[in-house]
Design a protein around this ligand. Structure first.
Ligand code: SF4
Ligand code: SF4
Ligand code: FES
Length: 401
């Protein structure tokens, strides 16, 4: 646990400003370890609001910035371990439990848990490593990608991120059928989408599941700018059979804050949900078109500055593929100066207003290249406004003293 490093919980929790080591109420302890941050393993020893911050190094720097993901492999200390080291134990809401079998091992989980929740909290490291793309710890299940499927009996496989545990349910996570389905999801996506900027986990899953997109033949030529945006449902041209269809197209750069690189879009719908009812309630973007021609678009396909977008960047924060990224990151990548392996992450509290959002400042070459917030933070739930997300720029332009 790296509360000391991040100061996420205490900074805005009941212990804010207090000298006593009081934990955050938002479960920050679990998320910290899962994020791979280096730091002291002392529960509840984090700085209070306004205290100093420490600089952290990202271990998993290959992929998009995204939100801080709660420890999926269960490596963080649970209540029993916290009790052992004399730390505080947070009691959650009391719920009935249901009994489920995970690959033959019976466990009990709170009623209402999804299968993925059960795999994360009670499963082995291998079971907790269930691949996900459209799931995020700070969003309602979207149930779009189906890479997380498990066998719970019956005709079809079930998406573990959305299927609720039922008493007596028998879950199989590693059958040939499950592995084949996961591989096909990853392979068909990789055959048509540029997955080169997905996280290290996604890259590892593609390797472990034996994904081979090249077997579908060479890629078809990229679409011209705007070509895919003009496609109409019912007017899809079948592929030529010699090449594999892709969503390759030029990057949309129409504002100073973030770019939309839809050649990397897997249509996971995370951005539309973050823009809509999951976080922002702006509804500036939605899916347009059908089938392979489906794409994310603004209303009437206007450029972003003419749309309802308020530039909160919450869509960037949840995008799992790098399709949405800050202009700062895009420019650095284009210039060959993107150095995730050297990136440090400094946690602090946003100073633009009094809400107290925790920020993670991602710094490369002494420049803030991205700003995120922890997914499990009780104020932000991983989401920010335009000031927190992009207001850092003035720091780079302060006059010399
Ligand atoms: S920046 Fe915010 S308002 Fe604009 S599209 Fe993304 S989520 Fe919606
Ligand atoms: S832009 Fe990103 S978040 Fe939105 S649907 Fe595409 S991959 Fe998902
Ligand atoms: S992660 Fe479960 S359906 Fe996408």
């Amino acid at each position: 646990m790296t509360t000391t490093s991040s100061g996420k919980g205490p900074a805005v929790g009941p212990g804010a400003g207090s000298s006593a080591p009081v934990p955050g109420v938002d479960g920050a302890a679990e998320a910290d370890a899962g994020n791979g941050h280096a730091g002291a393993e002392t529960p509840g020893a984090g700085p209070g609001a306004g205290e100093g911050v420490e600089t952290l190094r990202r271990e998993n720097g290959a992929g998009p910035v995204g939100v801080t993901v709660a420890d999926p492999a269960g490596a963080a200390p649970g209540p029993a371990e916290r009790l052992e080291v004399g730390g505080p134990v947070m009691l959650g809401q009391i719920r009935r439990t249901v009994k489920v079998s995970l690959d033959g091992t019976e466990v009990r989980v709170p009623e209402g848990s999804t299968v993925l929740d059960a795999l994360h909290s009670e499963g082995t490291p291998e079971q907790a490593d269930t691949p996900t793309l459209c799931w995020a710890p700070n969003m309602d299940p979207i149930n779009a990608c189906r890479v997380c499927v498990v066998d719970v009996g019956g005709r079809t496989l079930a998406p573990s991120c959305a299927r609720k545990c039922e008493d007596g349910m028998e879950v199989q996570t590693d059958t040939e059928r499950v592995r084949h389905n996961r591989r096909m999801v990853l392979e068909l996506l990789a055959s048509s989408v540029d997955m080169g900027e997905t996280s290290a986990d996604v890259q590892r899953w593609m390797s472990e599941y034996g994904v081979d997109p090249e077997r579908y033949g060479p890629p078809a030529p990229p679409a011209a700018a705007g070509e895919r945006d003009r496609l109409h449902a019912g007017h899809h041209h079948p592929p030529d059979g010699a090449t594999r269809a892709t969503v390759d197209q030029p990057v949309k750069v129409d504002n100073d804050l973030y770019v939309r690189d839809y050649a990397r879009c897997i249509m996971c719908y995370k951005c539309t949900h973050a823009c809509g009812s999951d976080a922002q309630f702006t509804f500036a973007i939605a899916a347009a078109g059908r089938g392979f021609d489906a794409r994310i678009a603004t209303e009437n396909n206007v450029e972003l500055p003419d749309s309802a977008c308020v530039y909160c960047g919450n869509c960037i924060g949840v995008c799992p593929t790098g399709a949405l990224k800050s202009v700062a990151e895009y420019d650095r990548r284009e210039a060959g100066e993107w150095k995730p392996e050297e990136e440090t992450v400094t946690t602090t509290v946003c100073s633009f207003c009094g809400v107290g959002c925790n920020l993670e400042l991602h710094v490369q070459d002494n420049e803030i290249v991205n700003v995120t917030s922890p997914a499990d933070h009780s104020v932000t739930h991983g989401h920010l406004c335009i000031k927190g997300r992009f207001g850092f720029r003035h720091v780079q332009n302060l006059p010399e003293v």
